[in-house]
Design a protein around this ligand. Structure first.
Ligand SMILES: Cc1cc2nc3c(=O)[nH]c(=O)nc-3n(C[C@H](O)[C@H](O)[C@H](O)COP(=O)(O)OP(=O)(O)OC[C@H]3O[C@@H](n4cnc5c(N)ncnc54)[C@H](O)[C@@H]3O)c2cc1C
Length: 193
């Protein structure tokens, strides 16, 4: 299959890249293809805190993130090694917390509604540029494109091909879904990040 623009990864970066491209050039909608290795709604380890900038960017795309189940936090405390800053936005929430499986699924639906094709369950295995374009090898066959956008995460295949000899740093993360805390629990802010 041949497309003008092939986006690897259907997370927020890949989906919003496609939406921004067609905002600038609507005629591109049928010439973009997003390849996503998982199926929505897919799990994603993330605290799900959306800052105001993210909401503004989505609003400019005509999207209302309040459609996604969320909890608003009136303040946020960013801490590192005992130091940090508290942020609060007057008369508004400071951070909106969503679940990434729900948020990414919602954004994928909006992207499809805008006329962009997303193929789920396709894993990119290799990316081979040549003088006429790029061949993208997947577990479902080969794709050709003029432009490839790597939006497959910080340890994705694109990064490993573009920067083959750079070390990959990993960290262990444990996600704990805790019961809701009483409102007065955190005197510094509602959300620790
Ligand atoms: C523990 C933790 C907490 C975080 N908390 C926050 C937070 O509160 N607020 C915040 O703004 N950010 C937070 N982040 C960061 C945030 O999760 C990332 O910045 C964001 O997910 C990056 O989006 P992305 O679209 O670039 O990549 P991703 O969300 O990783 O999406 C990449 C997509 O590419 C797909 N993919 C990967 N490889 C392939 C392949 N070979 N072929 C096809 N598809 C592929 C994946 O399935 C995935 O859907 C957190 C991150 C972590 C680890």
């Amino acid at each position: 299959m041949e497309k003008d623009i092939l986006i690897i990864g259907g997370g927020p970066s890949g989906l919003s890249s496609a939406l921004h491209l067609i905002k600038i050039a609507p005629h591109l909608s049928h010439r973009i293809l997003i390849l996503e290795k998982m199926h929505y709604p897919r799990p994603k380890l993330c605290a799900g805190g959306l800052v105001a900038d993210a909401e503004i960017i989505l609003q400019r795309l005509g999207l209302d993130v309040s459609e996604v189940p969320h909890v608003d936090a009136s303040a946020a405390h960013f801490e590192f090694e005992g130091r940090g800053i508290k942020i609060s936005v007057p008369k508004s929430h400071t951070i909106r917390v969503i679940r990434r499986n729900e948020f990414d699924h919602w954004l994928a639906k909006k992207t499809r509604e805008a006329g962009i094709e997303i193929r789920e369950g396709v894993t990119v295995k290799n990316i081979i540029p040549d003088k006429d374009g790029v061949t993208v090898e997947t577990d479902q066959g080969n794709f050709r494109a003029q432009i490839v956008v790597g939006a497959d995460g910080s340890n994705g295949i694109t990064r490993r091909i573009v920067l083959p000899n750079t070390p990959v740093y990993t960290a262990r993360v444990l996600e704990v879904i805790a019961p809701e805390l009483p409102h007065h629990y955190d005197k510094r802010g509602d959300l620790g990040y």
